[in-house]
Write a protein that binds this ligand. Structure first.
Ligand code: F6P
Length: 596
C-alpha cells in the first residue's frame, strides 16, 4: 500500500471510531433523556438494561468477553438488547429436537408433547422472549397435520410468539444422520462413558445431506442477508459453514451442548477435519465450560491450518475468526410452571400416593432420559452399597427413577434399559418386602409439570452423570425448591458442578463414596439444607438462561459492529465485489496498524 493509502486507511479507521463514539454518545444521551422522562416509572428492568449497556460499553472498550454479573437478566433484558444493539436482526434457532411435538392419540385426536430435553428447556423461553423462527426436525406422528403449507406452525400453542418451521426427514435420513452419525458416532465420542463410537460412511453421507437440507431451510426462512442464526448441538457440525457460504453476513452462533473431548480422543473421528471446518464457519462457538472450549481450541490447533488468538479466545481459520467461549447454560428464572404447582407439602403427598411410597421413608429421585451417560446403574450400585454399609437405612429410603425412553432402537440404549429394569428388580427382591420396594423405576415420558412436582416432593435429588455438558436437572431441582429444602447430589463430571458448589459433589464411579454422600444427605438437618439450597438458588437466579443468551447476543453485537466498521474500510482497500466474512480482516488490520 502507498503512503497515501496507509494515511487514508488510518483516517478512515479514526473517522469510523469517531462516528461510533458519536453514535454511542447520542444513543446514551437519548437513553438518558428517555430514562429521565420515564423516571417516574423506573423499574428493575430499566436498571437491568442500563447495567447491560454499562457492561457492553466496558466490554467494547477492552475487547474482552462480557462479564454480565451486574445485570438482572429477564426476557425484557433480552428484548432490549436485541432492539438496541442488534436492531432488525431476525433470530433463527436451529435444532434437531423440536420444542413442541404433535402426536396422534389412540382415539384419533392430537396431543402436544414437550420433549425431555435440556436444550428445549433452555431455548424455549429464549425464543419465546425474542420471537423469530425455530427450525427443527418434525418427528411427531401428527406434526404434518398441524403445519401450514409452508410447514410452519405458531407456538407456544396457548399464546403464540414464534414460528416453528418443521423439516421432514426420510427414514433413511433419520437413521443415518440422527441415530447413526450423531448418536452412535459423535455422542459416545464426546462423552467419557466408555461406549465405543461407531462411524459408518453411509451415516456420514446422511449427516452431510441433512445438514445441507437444514442450511437450505435457514436460507429460505431468512428475511434478509443478516440474520442471527443460533445453531444447536452436535447434530449440525457442518451447518455453520454451509450457512456462511450462503449468507456471508449472517452471525452464526453455534452452541455445543455436550462435552468436547481432548484432541487425542477427537482424532478417532474419520471426518475430524470436516467437522472442525464446518464448525469454524461459526462467528461464535459456545461451550458450557472453559475446559471444553479449551479442548475444542486444542483440536483446531492440532488438525487445522489455523492461528489461535489466545488473548481474544478466538481461532483464525481460512480468512475468518471464530470466537470460542464458554457460556454456562441455565434455565428460566423464575420457572413459569412453578406458578401452577401446589405447595411442597401437597406435592409430597401426591407423589407418595401415586407411587405407593411409605409416608416416613425418605424419597430420592433421579430424572433424565434413559441414557448411558447419566449414570443410572451407578446410582443403583450406590444405593446397594448404602444398604450394605448402613443396613439401618433399609426400609427407610425409596429411590424413584424417572427415565424418559430415548434413542431406544440403538443397541446400547436397549441394553441399558434392560439392565436398569433387571437391577431395579434385583434390589427390590433383595431388600424389599410386601409393603416396601426400595426402587421404583418408571421408564416413561413425564410432562415438565409432573417432573417439577417430583422435584418438590423429593428429599434428595441425584444427578450422577458419568459425563455431562451441563445438566439442567440439577438447576431445575434447585429452582423448584422455593421452600429452600432438599439436598442435591451432583456428579463432579457434570458442568453444573462448576457452579453449584453447595451440592454434595460425588464421583459416580465410586459407589462407596456415593453411598456415604447419600447417608450425609439423608441425615442432613433442615438448617444446613436451607443454607446450601439458598446459596444454590442465588446462583441459578443470577446465572439464568436469559443471561446465557444475553451474553452471546452481546458478543454477537460486538462482532457485527466490528464487521460494519471493517466493511467501510474494505471499500477502500479491495476491489468491489463480495467481501466474504468481515471479522478476520478486522483483527488482522488492527494488528497491522498496532491497534491493541
Ligand atoms: O445433552 C445433549 C442433548 O442434545 C440435549 O441438549 C438434549 O436434551 C438431548 O441431548 C437430546 O436428546 P434427544 O436425542 O432425545 O433429542
Amino acid at each position: 500500500m502507498t503512503q497515501y493509502g496507509v494515511d487514508l486507511f488510518l483516517v478512515l479507521i479514526l473517522a469510523s471510531l469517531g462516528l461510533s463514539a458519536l453514535a454511542i454518545f447520542i444513543s446514551v444521551s437519548r437513553r438518558r433523556h428517555h430514562s429521565r422522562a420515564a423516571a417516574s416509572q423506573a423499574s428493575g428492568d430499566d436498571f437491568a438494561t442500563e447495567a447491560a449497556r454499562k457492561v457492553l460499553r466496558e466490554f467494547e472498550k477492552n475487547g474482552q468477553s462480557v462479564d454480565a454479573a451486574l445485570v438482572t437478566w429477564s426476557p425484557d433484558t433480552l428484548r432490549k438488547i436485541l432492539a438496541d444493539e442488534l436492531p432488525d436482526a431476525q433470530v433463527i434457532v436451529v435444532s434437531n429436537r423440536e420444542p413442541y411435538i404433535h402426536n396422534e392419540t389412540k382415539d384419533g385426536g392430537v396431543e402436544l408433547v414437550v420433549p425431555a430435553s435440556g436444550l428445549v428447556s433452555a431455548l424455549e423461553p429464549i425464543t419465546r422472549a425474542c420471537g423469530g423462527t425455530w427450525i427443527a426436525y418434525g418427528g411427531g406422528s401428527a406434526d404434518r397435520t398441524v403445519v401450514d403449507r409452508n410447514d410452519r406452525v405458531q407456538v407456544p400453542p396457548e399464546n403464540p410468539s414464534y414460528t416453528l418451521r418443521r423439516v421432514w426427514l426420510s427414514d433413511d435420513e433419520y437413521q443415518g444422520y440422527y441415530l447413526g452419525f450423531a448418536n452412535e458416532g459423535l455422542w459416545p465420542l464426546c462423552h467419557i462413558a466408555f461406549t465405543r463410537p461407531i462411524f459408518r460412511e453411509s451415516d456420514w453421507e446422511a449427516y452431510e445431506a441433512v445438514n445441507r437440507k437444514f442450511a437450505e431451510t435457514v436460507v429460505a426462512e431468512a428475511r434478509n442477508e443478516r440474520p442471527i442464526v443460533l445453531v444447536q448441538d452436535y447434530h449440525f457440525a457442518l451447518l455453520p459453514r454451509m450457512i456462511r457460504e450462503r449468507l456471508p453476513e449472517a452471525i452464526v452462533i453455534t452452541f455445543w451442548h455436550i462435552p468436547w473431548p481432548n484432541s487425542e480422543v477427537f482424532s478417532i473421528c474419520p471426518w475430524r477435519e470436516r467437522i472442525l471446518d464446518g464448525l469454524l464457519g461459526s462467528s461464535i462457538m459456545g461451550f458450557h465450560t472453559q475446559f471444553h472450549a479449551n479442548n475444542f481450541t486444542e483440536s483446531v490447533d492440532r488438525f487445522m491450518e489455523s492461528r489461535i488468538e489466545r488473548a481474544d479466545a478466538a481461532v483464525s481459520y481460512g480468512g475468518q475468526v471464530t470466537l470460542v467461549h464458554s457460556y454456562p447454560i441455565s434455565i428460566e428464572w423464575p420457572a413459569e410452571l412453578l406458578k401452577a404447582l401446589p405447595s411442597v407439602e401437597e406435592c409430597r403427598a401426591r407423589v407418595r400416593r401415586r407411587f405407593n411410597i411409605p409416608a416416613d421413608a425418605k424419597l430420592c429421585v433421579g430424572v433424565e432420559r434413559l441414557d448411558y451417560t447419566k449414570g443410572i446403574l451407578d446410582r443403583f450400585h450406590a444405593l446397594e452399597e448404602l444398604f450394605i454399609r448402613h443396613p439401618e437405612t433399609i426400609g427407610n429410603v425409596v429411590f424413584l427413577q424417572i427415565a424418559a425412553p430415548s434413542r431406544g432402537t440403538l443397541p446400547a440404549y436397549k441394553h441399558l434399559h434392560e439392565e436398569c429394569l433387571r437391577y431395579a428388580e434385583e434390589l427390590n427382591q433383595r431388600y424389599g418386602g410386601q409393603s416396601y420396594q426400595p426402587v421404583v423405576m418408571v421408564a416413561e415420558h413425564h410432562s415438565q409439570a409432573a417432573v417439577y412436582e417430583l422435584y418438590r416432593a423429593a428429599d434428595i435429588c441425584l444427578v450422577t452423570s458419568l459425563h455431562d455438558g451441563m445438566n439442567l436437572v440439577a438447576k431445575e431441582f434447585v429452582a423448584s425448591r422455593d421452600d429452600e429444602q432438599g439436598v442435591l447430589l451432583l456428579s463432579t463430571f457434570a458442568g453444573a458442578s462448576r457452579e453449584l458448589l453447595e451440592a454434595l459433589i460425588v464421583n459416580p464411579y465410586d459407589a462407596a463414596m456415593m453411598s456415604e454422600a447419600m447417608l450425609q444427605a439423608l441425615t442432613m438437618g433442615p438448617e444446613e439444607q436451607h443454607e446450601r439450597m439458598r446459596r444454590m438458588r442465588d446462583i441459578v437466579r443470577d446465572n439464568n438462561v436469559f443471561r446465557w443468551a444475553g451474553s452471546m447476543l452481546l458478543d454477537a453485537a460486538r462482532l457485527r459492529k466490528r464487521g460494519d466498521l471493517d466493511r467501510v474500510t474494505a471499500l477502500y482497500e479491495r476491489p468491489a465485489g463480495p467481501t466474504g466474512d468481515n471479522v478476520v480482516s478486522m483483527f488482522e488490520r488492527k494488528q497491522a496498524v498496532g491497534f491493541r
